[in-house]
Design a binder for this molecule. Structure first.
Ligand SMILES: [Zn+2]
Length: 80
């Protein structure tokens, strides 16, 4: 945990919604500097309706995107 450092989170369900913890989301009733972990359980992604459990740090999205771009075309060898 890094206290006091706010980050960007994206919705892993639609990968379209991004929440800036520092700014919050006034339309959704999220105050500025609200940690994603403190979002209410009834929070829903405004785009896909996913829960706050779907939110991932953007640093992870960056990682996902990089891995998708750099992934060699070895389709079929992935065990997931
Ligand atoms: Zn979403």
């Amino acid at each position: 945990m890094h206290d006091g450092i706010f980050d960007f989170y994206f919705c892993d369900k639609c990968r379209a919604y991004v929440l800036d913890e520092k700014k919050g989301d006034a339309k959704r009733g999220i105050l500025p500097n609200t940690a994603v972990q403190k979002l209410s359980d009834n929070w829903k992604c405004p785009i896909c309706g996913g829960s706050s459990n779907e939110l991932r740090p953007v640093t992870m999205l960056d990682h996902i995107m990089k891995s998708e771009i750099l992934k060699p075309s070895l389709s079929g060898t992935r065990s997931t």
